[in-house]
Ligand binder design. Sequence first.
Ligand SMILES: *Cc1c(COP(=O)(O)O)cnc(C)c1O
Length: 611
Amino acid sequence: MASLPDRSYTTQPQGTNAPLGGWQTFFATGPRPAPSDGFPEPTHRIPLNVCGAMTGKKKSAQASLEAMYRVFTVPEAPESTLSRIDQDISRNLAGFLQEHIVAIERDLSEVEKDFSDYVIPEKPVFVSEQTQFLLDKLVANSVHTASPAFIGHMTSALPYFMLPLSKIMIALNQNLVKTETSKAFTPMERQVLGQIHRLVYQEDGSFYRKWMHDPRHALGAMCSGGTVANLTALWVARNRAFPAEGSFRGLHEEGLFRALKYYGHEGAAIVVSKRGHYSLRKAADVLGLGRDALVPVETDEFNRIQTDALRDKCLELQKQKIKIMAICGVAGTTETGNVDPLDAMADIAREFGAHFHVDAAWGGPTLFSRTHRHLLRGIEKADSVTFDAHKQLYVPMGAGLVVFKDPSLASAVEHHAQYIIRKGSRDLGSTTLEGSRPGMAMLIHSGLKILAREGYEILIDQGIDKAKTFANMIDEQPDFELVTRPELNILTYRYCPEDVRQALAMADELQAEKMNTCLNRITKFIQKTQRERGKAFVSRTRLEPARYYHFPCIVFRVVLANPLTTPDILEDILREQRELSKEDGIADEMAILHQMAAAVLKQNQKEARQA
Ligand SMILES: *Cc1c(COP(=O)(O)O)cnc(C)c1O
């Protein structure tokens, strides 16, 4: 085998392909490459699943210094599994996903069997062998998030160009924690933060010329997602709420316990509507306040915070000597896509001297739309705003950011080290929670430039329009019930037979509770079965509609972010759900539900006659 001709790995590490001089000299004393080992596969090799069958002998990869050289320098052969996949994906991504992801759901406990080895392999394998494994076991059992019928979650399709551009990002492998490992990526990230800052706060040119690249300030912080963005914002809020004063060196030095003692508070709170994202509770926990410190406020029938209830809650906290550290508005609630009255909330935050944070992880990009941006009125009064780029900026997973109204705000969490992020450097690492970070700003920058405001406006507008179309479609079906009408591009609904809808409209609390309990089981069955069949996916959540006496109702949740989702697809989804409601698996439940509805309707007719 050692003398087989035409190998892909003939490139010597010392050859012209070698990227840099330094490590070469270092390794120059190593053994000459033995042609038969190394991880990239020989070009002539047939696909691995049949490999060995023809020769009767399976060639194996070997670990050696030469093999290590090779994995860092030699590309895969053009006919290798990896190269084929690479070409397939570049040529026809949708086709590739369609072909390789199996539609029918496989039980997770089955999938776990493919990942049950707990010993790190001792011996290496060829890249192509691993690639084939990934294709068979991982890709096949992944979720087709890019499918236009996958409308259950906030994770959806990406624009095509993100794929090759992300290769550039990985090839460069820059680290944004410091300019020494990122150079041009740092100014680019600062520009992206500046552009989102401007989208939110609309400051003038001189503001951005002054602050965007100022080494002592940052207009925001880039991070891995909305969770860390919210945590970063509340970290800033916490440190600002208990600053250094007199003998007290500030919470960031002395901790929460001493801060409360010094300032004479009994505790600290973050106030948000009860539709606030669960990441805020995590933040309260991580920041040392405890989860109880996240104080939920009642919402109105449109899932928006009740401002009267908010003020009452703040007064109550004040009376209990609890410091109101932050008030959080939500621009696009995760479950229902509603927007809090941000303008009024900003005024309340000012009244109580609280940091005003807006979680616009989902709804932020609505600002691109001239038609809908008014929904976020007041966002410009926020001290900090969270944006999730991997949601409606259509950037791959792992990109979120927070922007600060005041360029000096981030200094509340500033930290320095001697070997990096030195004082006065432009290093963005000095105000981020995370340390080493990838150059995701490059993909946000690319989206903002390639799609531009006009492109994002179209995406936002069509998503909201489509949600309205779908809501109307649901309204027209006698056996479906729209539960929350879309304000942005998220809505909730459920399957509810016509007689049950009539009965629910006149049911008392106990009757409604019984029917809703039944409906909950039916909704869950339909949602699960539809997901398992693999043609379409909506998610499910639990809401407490006022019209059903705030009883927890399970509902289908739909997020319309994929521009390729058509009204036909939406109609098909309703049709399949209606058919699923007739399946044996839920027949008993359905029979009981109809009986209950009949009883309610009969009782009502009797009462009407008597009246
Ligand atoms: C998605 C989301 C988050 C969390 O973002 P991750 O990127 O999942 O960490 C926070 N808040 C809201 C409103 C969200 O929609």
